[in-house]
Design a binder for this molecule. Structure first.
Ligand SMILES: Cc1cc2nc3c(=O)[nH]c(=O)nc-3n(C[C@H](O)[C@H](O)[C@H](O)COP(=O)(O)O)c2cc1C
Length: 197
């Protein structure tokens, strides 16, 4: 092996290494006008809705509630039983409505409760139902102690053509007192530009 070959191999290794990091690296702090920001979320018991509303207030973006045609059981145990079947299978329930004008949004916050270590099935349906290529998806998750788990990773897999901002994970039980943590994360992931009047 001569010197040139070694240099080529090292350069190749560096390029593939930087590619591997680029796939996982957050896109950095996104910049957008409030009219370009969508906050889509699913919430079963209200925690993720609360987080979504805080993001809406801070950014001026548009809220969109992801609703399955057939609501999940109100009973906790029945809901967990159903989720335990659906989540590992990657099930996608039919949704009741669509975002009216997806083309105008560049930044899409996507909120989900952590269900069985991944996103709730309606969120999987949402990601499959819209074209997110070239848009920046910023995941946010509320959980019962399991943190982000595979939620962000599975969202990335579900929309490989989207860019991703750094996801935020917040304990559901403390979400109404997590203003500081939520605000710090928002400051890290987005800068909202003023809309011209
Ligand atoms: C069906 C179901 C499955 C859940 N699975 C998990 C889990 O695997 N890990 C976890 O930390 N919390 C789990 N939780 C708790 C929720 O993630 C947590 O309470 C969340 O804040 C609920 O958000 P929501 O009020 O927006 O529905 C689960 C809750 C439900 C109803």
């Amino acid at each position: 092996m001569n010197g040139k070959t070694v240099v080529c191999m090292m350069a190749g290794a560096l390029i593939s290494l930087s590619g591997a990091f680029a796939a996982e690296r957050p896109a950095g702090r996104a910049e957008a006008k409030s009219g370009e920001i969508l906050i889509a979320y699913y919430s079963w018991s209200g925690n993720t809705r609360f987080a979504a509303e805080q993001i809406q207030k801070a950014t001026g973006g548009t809220l969109f509630e992801i609703k399955p045609v057939k609501a999940y059981p109100k009973d906790y145990k029945a809901c967990v039983d159903q989720a335990r079947k659906e989540c590992p299978a990657g099930f996608r329930p039919e949704l009741a409505s669509k975002v009216a004008d997806m083309a105008k949004y560049r930044i899409v916050f996507v909120g989900t409760p952590n269900w069985c270590g991944t996103m709730a099935p309606p969120v999987r349906s949402f990601l499959a139902s819209c074209d997110l290529s070239g848009k920046t998806v910023i995941p946010f998750v509320t959980h019962g102690r399991g943190g982000m788990a595979n939620c962000e990773k599975d969202m990335r897999k579900a929309c490989p053509k989207a860019k991703f901002g750094k996801g935020g994970a917040f304990a559901g039980a403390g979400i109404r007192k997590a203003g500081g943590a939520l605000k710090n994360w928002l400051d890290e992931v987005i800068a909202v530009r003023k809309q011209p009047k």
